[in-house]
Design a protein around this ligand. Structure first.
Ligand code: KG4
Ligand code: ZN
Length: 378
């Protein structure tokens, strides 16, 4: 009989629930995105996020159970994200998870959101009957995080989804997360929020448009596996300020977005070749930093597996660049699908499985932890 875990995720702006069997088989996964609510503010508004989680959590969990053809009584445990993230948002999922667990007498498994992102890569690989080898270097790259971990097997053989992993943080962003840089640059260019998906497509459409400015490699003192993206964002800002050609097209795009015309096909005609060249140069710089520092870490640590997860892992150029670089150095790189790259609860249910097996449970005193470090469990 398989062990079915109901996962609940509410750390940022997605209300999500999923049922996963034995830490690897996704029976259902439901994600209610709040993008339309936060879009007009150009980023996530914490108060609105918690209010929306409150509104959505019950129907989302019900839907996940219905899609898995299960009753709440049929699940074996509840896995819930308890950090890192926005406290008000986390508390909604935690409170609901605790209530169900207590009412039904089921175990409650606390899950670190970042550990969930790492499990997302394994869930995806499982679909293709692959198991990435550990140790691995894992890059978690999203709107809230850009962090590099060394991931090792702690207590069992590779392929066993019940085995625990241990983590060592080897690098992180010193300022903005990569997704945050995408979102801020998109705002500067009048391309709306979130920025990643639209900039990804515009960069691909840039073809041979020459860059109007060049962004060299970011210099970082100290740890060579750290990242920094705020300088790049500021360089884009100064470039736009210095050249008055950009202002009219930025205004035209802002007007289009205000009318709700935010699709790629609607925005592309409003972008000059110079803008496309700039977007491409920005993306080249982000990808170069992410791929360069991650592969450097893998090679210097003698590790041959690279895992990439989080919203920015959806970026097509990033995937290609990792694959090319990995092939060059006989490394293997793994990504989740688009749906598993961004926040979801299947990854939380998968990460809960080894913790349930190892009886790493919580009681009703479980609280939200805004900056919960990975490795907190020892
Ligand atoms: O993981 P996620 O859904 O939420 C968190 O931030 O935790 O990631 C969202 C971030 C946003 O900053 C968004 O702009 C970025 O991921 N993103 C992308 C792409 N799709 C989403 N960035 C670059 N290229 C993409 N295709
Ligand atoms: Zn996330």
């Amino acid at each position: 009989m398989s062990i079915r875990i109901l996962g609940i995720e509410s750390s940022c702006d997605e209300t999500a629930a999923a049922v996963v069997a034995d830490g690897r088989e996704i029976l259902s996964s439901v994600v209610a995105s709040q993008i339309d609510i936060h879009r007009k503010y150009g980023g996530v508004v914490p108060e609105l996020a918690s209010r929306e989680h409150l509104r959505r959590i019950v129907p989302v969990v019900r839907q996940a159970l219905e899609n898995a053809n299960l009753d709440l009584r049929d699940v074996d445990a509840i896995g819930v994200t308890h950090g890192p993230g926005l406290v008000g948002s986390l508390l909604v999922g935690i409170t609901y998870g605790k209530t169900i667990a207590e009412a039904l007498g089921k175990p409650l498994v606390p899950v670190n959101h970042l550990e969930g992102h790492i499990h997302a890569v394994f869930l995806e690989a499982h679909k293709a009957a692959i198991t990435p080898d550990l140790p691995a270097v894992c890059l978690i790259v999203s709107g809230g995080h850009t962090v590099l971990y060394e991931v090792r097997q702690k207590n069992a053989t590779i392929g066993d989804t019940a085995s625990l992993w241990s983590y060592r943080k080897i690098g992180q962003t010193r300022d903005d997360a990569a997704g945050e840089a995408y979102d801020k640059v998109s705002k500067l260019l009048g391309l709306g929020y979130p920025g990643g998906p639209i900039l990804d497509r515009l960069a691909a459409a840039a073809g041979d448009a020459s860059p109007p400015v060049e962004f060299g490699p970011t210099k970082i003192k100290g740890n060579a596996y750290d990242f920094s993206f705020s300088g790049l964002k500021t360089a884009v800002l100064y470039h736009l300020r210095e050249d008055s050609d950009y202002a009219p097209e930025i205004q035209a795009r802002e007007a289009a977005i205000a009318r709700g015309e935010r699709k790629f096909d609607q925005l592309l005609p409003l972008c000059s070749r110079k803008t496309l060249g700039l977007v491409k140069e920005f993306q080249n710089a982000v990808v170069r930093e992410l791929v360069g520092r991650t592969t450097k870490a893998a090679r210097e640590l003698g590790i041959s597996t690279i895992l990439v997860s989080g919203g920015v892992a959806a970026n097509r150029q990033l995937r290609q660049a990792f694959e090319q670089r990995a092939a060059m150095f006989s490394l293997k790189s793994y990504f989740p699908s688009l749906a598993l790259s961004t926040d979801n609860a299947a990854m939380i249910a998968a990460a809960a499985y080894p913790r349930l097996k190892n009886r790493m449970l919580a009681d009703t005193s479980l609280n939200a932890s805004a900056s919960l470090p990975l490795g907190w469990y020892g």
